[in-house]
Design a protein around this ligand. Structure first.
Ligand SMILES: Cc1ncc(COP(=O)(O)O)c(C=O)c1O
Length: 502
């Protein structure tokens, strides 16, 4: 079925239907019993607040209906307290949090060191704005800059990832004098009217004028896309697709770069402002590109006067394990890096980091935001950087993440509905399919049954992908191998339960 064929310069890569993809009579193994949840030596406060019914009433009446629309789970979760990788609901039930409030809690819920840093700053100074000079802002900017390679040394602090991306768009346009920006299909770069233009995912678009000057190109998704093979990506696990490429040569990459070349030739002027991409797509479903895609895409973009912008909102701060920044895994240096989420371990802060020259173009006008560089936010973010070092969270991401990905791949080989396992470090995606031959997305109903079952067994994960068909595992980077084993048993059991019941 997918003899997906790529012919470039007369050479053909034939991606064969391979034996591993054939529909196997899914031989269900006994799903072993789920072991007890790993122990935790923290005791949460007893919840004595508002009833669940009252909260839902208020949510329906006084919160924008959007809040109901995004509420996860048929039986919603009422969270009361958090500690490191653990969350407790209002009834005192404990959950292993493998989604980190949407890939945001980086070093652990209410991490004692970061909490102490907030407390100290709260007693000293909550707010003043960057029209004055105060130590936390400068201490933090110097520290953050030391984590980035030259010439990425100039920082502008924001409140969120969308705001960071808005500003990155503005900076790229001002600096290049060009307008057009290219993003990858399936990407999520934020929901502000400007960032919505970068976002290439229908669910997050509104029918308003947005995205003027934003064009998308084919996402080089080596599992779901037309091309992909058995050694395309930088992950401990490759796709189940086979290819005839020799090591070090990737025909799928040539094809996807061909798509970008065509976009550049047809959809934008000869000079562009920027190419905007996450090193690994997050909301899009932890999509990884062929190994040299970024290198070649950056070259093409720069030839057309464009800046290369890495959205590190999800992949930054050591989450990918091998490197501190996702772009380093691609062997490139962007012109602008945007960040948020993990930067503040859940405290609202974001940043745009760029070169002195690009920053100077931005400084030709005046831009002001009240809370960017807030002293409490800076104290938190500074403590997060220290904690990442002291707790060795990047190494945890690498070790526990690699273990999880490798073990999840064994479940992929066991169950017909697990189509792909991918990612790096603790940025992990599990793509669910109807079957491995068609690779058609598993239905929403089926996804929800498995998702709810996992939650009922005490583990929180996320969902993503254009068709909501991908489970996302992006936990706080303090989880242990024991936690990983618990999740693997829960996941195995929930998939088994679904297969058994259907
Ligand atoms: C990659 C990426 N960029 C930008 C954003 C927007 O960040 P925020 O929600 O803080 O505006 C998100 C949010 O999920 C994201 O995942």
């Amino acid at each position: 079925m997918y003899k997906a064929l790529s012919c470039l310069s007369g050479r053909c890569a034939v991606f064969k239907r391979e034996s591993r993809c054939r529909p196997r009579l899914a031989k269900l193994h006994w799903a072993s019993d789920v072991p007890g949840m790993p122990s935790c030596n923290f005791t949460p406060e007893k919840y004595t607040g508002m009833s669940k019914e009252r909260m839902m009433e208020i949510r329906r009446q006084n919160c924008n209906p959007m809040t109901m629309k995004v509420t996860y789970y048929k039986k919603p979760l009422f969270i009361h307290q958090g500690h490191m990788q653990w969350l407790w609901d209002v009834d005192g039930k404990r959950y292993l949090d493998l989604f980190a409030g949407v890939a945001t809690v980086s070093v652990g819920h209410c991490h004692p060191k970061v909490t102490a840093a907030i407390e100290q700053q709260l007693k000293r100074l909550w707010h003043t704005s960057n029209i004055y000079v105060y130590p936390p802002l400068h201490e933090y900017c110097e520290k953050l800059a030391s984590y980035l390679p030259d010439p990425l040394k100039v920082i502008y602090l924001t409140n969120s990832g969308s705001e960071a991306n808005d500003l990155a768009m503005l900076m790229a346009r001002l600096h290049t004098g060009n307008f057009d920006i290219i993003t990858l299909r399936g990407s999520y770069h934020g929901g502000s009217p400007q960032a919505m233009g970068l976002t290439s995912h229908a669910a997050y678009k509104y029918p308003i004028a947005n995205g003027l000057g934003c064009t998308n190109t084919m996402c080089p998704d080596v599992f779901r896309g037309p091309w992909g093979g058995s050694h395309c990506r930088d992950s401990p696990v490759q796709t189940i697709r086979e290819c005839s490429c020799s090591q070090g040569h990737c025909m799928a990459n040539e094809q996807y770069i061909g798509q970008l070349t065509e976009t550049l030739a047809t959809s934008v002027p000869t000079q562009i402002a920027a190419f905007f991409a996450e090193p690994i797509q997050g909301v899009g479903g932890v999509v990884q590109y062929p190994k040299n895609y970024f290198k070649e895409a950056y070259k093409l973009v720069r030839e057309r006067g464009g800046l290369c912008i890495a959205d590190e909102v999800q992949t930054g701060f050591g989450r990918t394990g091998s490197h501190f920044w996702g772009f380093q895994g691609h062997g490139v240096i962007p012109d602008i890096v945007t960040m948020a989420k993990g930067i503040g371990n859940g405290f609202p802060i974001g940043a745009v980091v760029t070169t002195p020259e690009i920053a100077a173009s931005f400084a030709k006008g005046v831009h002001f935001n009240t809370f960017g560089g807030n002293p409490v936010a800076c104290a938190v973010a500074s403590s997060v950087l220290d904690t990442i070092q002291e707790d060795g969270t990047q190494k945890i991401s690498l070790d526990v993440g690699t273990y999880l990905i490798t073990e999840l791949a064994k479940l992929r080989d066991k169950y017909e509905i697990i189509g792909d396992v991918r990612g790096k470090g603790l940025q992990i995606g599990v793509e669910m399919v109807k079957d491995k031959v068609s690779r058609e997305p598993l239905s929403h109903e089926a996804m929800n049954v498995i998702f709810e079952d996992i939650k009922d067994m005490g583990v929180l994960i996320g969902k993503g992908g254009l068709y909501g068909q991908i489970f996302r595992i992006q936990p706080p980077m303090c989880i242990t191998k024991e936690d990983a084993d618990f999740f693997l048993a829960v996941f195995n059991k929930s998939v088994y339960n679904y297969m058994d019941r259907r």
